[in-house]
Ligand binder design. Sequence first.
Ligand SMILES: NC(=O)C1=CN([C@@H]2O[C@H](COP(=O)(O)OP(=O)(O)OC[C@H]3O[C@@H](n4cnc5c(N)ncnc54)[C@H](O)[C@@H]3O)[C@@H](O)[C@H]2O)[C@H](O)CC1
Ligand SMILES: [K+]
Length: 506
Amino acid sequence: MKLFTTKQIAGIDKFTIENEPISDIDLMERAALQITHWLVKRFSTEQKMVFFAGPGNNGGDALAIACQLANLDFVCEVFLLDFGKELKGSPAVNWKRLEEQNKVKLVKFKDESGFPELGLTDVILDGMFGSGLSRPLEGFPAAIVEEINQLENTKVAIDIPSGLMGEDNSLNIPGNIIKADFTLTFQFPKISFLFPENETYTGKWEVLPIGLHPGGIEQTPSNTFFIEEEDVKKTIASRSKFAHKGNFGHALLIAGSFGKMGAAVLASRSCLRAGVGLLTTHIPRLGYSIIQTAVPEAMTSIDQHDAIFTEFPDLSAFSAIGVGPGIDKKRNSQKALCELLEKAKVPLVIDADGLNILSENSEWLQKLPGKSILTPHPGEFKRLVGNSSNSYERIQQQKEFAQKYHTIVILKGAYTVIATPNGQLFFNSTGNPGMATAGSGDTLTGILLGLLAQGISSEAAAIAGVYLHGLAGDLAAREKSEPALIAGDITDYLGKAFIELNKETN
Ligand SMILES: NC(=O)C1=CN([C@@H]2O[C@H](COP(=O)(O)OP(=O)(O)OC[C@H]3O[C@@H](n4cnc5c(N)ncnc54)[C@H](O)[C@@H]3O)[C@@H](O)[C@H]2O)[C@H](O)CC1
Ligand SMILES: [K+]
């Protein structure tokens, strides 16, 4: 799914009005109805619905929802922020409808002194500002936000928590943004919802479709995407009846060191489960019996060194190479990685200590084979690319880095972001906090390597890999729970993830 800026969404909104065609008041009514349905399912008529409405269409939505709920016997009150200007357009129409309906208490207020007393079970609906917010809130609306945030009532934001920008909040004032329990957003997730620091404002968010015109969506360009099942299905081809293991590539995984052989085991197992034809795992001598016992399906390549990575086998047989999980960053391992970068002709997946070595030798980034995949977590990213003051800034850095070095950068997090060399960004939609556990990254490296070795392009492997990794984690968490989930479970549930992905087509 394409993701858009709030400005672009306003354009698609306009396109829908002109081309469906539908009047703006009817589009607002349709959007409002989606939220009304959601509220009716969740709350009872015993609870008063208290709306805070702003001067624009976000306020218009609030008025429309109040009108619809009042017709369903909910007790509603509307507090309209009065900036001394008459309401215009659809918000004005909805205000008039409410006056004529005569079921909802309507109050206009100009400053904090007009802030109402609320009952403990009242539900607050935030319809002050949505995608039309042009600058951070201050003065009167900011004071209202502060009042609302002090209350313990359940808060539901319409489209966007008031005060939050759809993309860049670098210059925003944290105290002047509504902290909602739920955000019900229209048609598309807003980009800022995908950043960890904004969870405190959005609470749990849901996308409610409002039937924006497919033509408008199609013709609006975007280089930012939300990965969904459809985007991954096409990558995972069904296998020919006559297939043999030679059809699915030969991966080389360089992983493990003394005390960290588990990383080599986890990554090897997930590489195999991702469907690779052959896997050779290169490990220090002391790891030999560990890997042979734990992963009998893998062939081994044994380093001359007992405890660390210092050399690698002839590369001509391999269709993709993974390096990093558990390798440590001793001087001889650094030298071996440098040589690997110079000799490798196939894309690499570089993780963990592989990335840390690169951070300490940034001039080697120029040596990366084209379309290699780097998989930093935020700490590794910071060491590799530098500091950033927020997630928006960080993804800009990520994008520039991927373009500069012609690599795919997978920045791991709740919504893992993939940056590609052509300037695109993909946010992953699967995964859960149970996956924040030791070795989870090693399993991702294995999956990526396994897909890449099968001849899947680096971009497609990255997109499918993070999606499947998250999906396997979600399926595992359903049975194991989030706290009890361990990295090996992700690998164990990878099969179920493939089945889930192919459900409709099978
Ligand atoms: N496309 C859709 O998905 C639909 C969206 N709908 C709703 O419409 C809003 C966007 O409405 P818009 O009128 O463009 O903007 P807002 O209501 O968010 O606010 C604009 C209003 O506020 C003033 N303003 C802006 N910034 C500030 C500020 N910092 N301080 C004070 N005042 C400010 C501005 O001048 C305007 O007067 C979207 O979020 C949805 O809720 C449709 O209803 C359905 C289709
Ligand atoms: K809002």
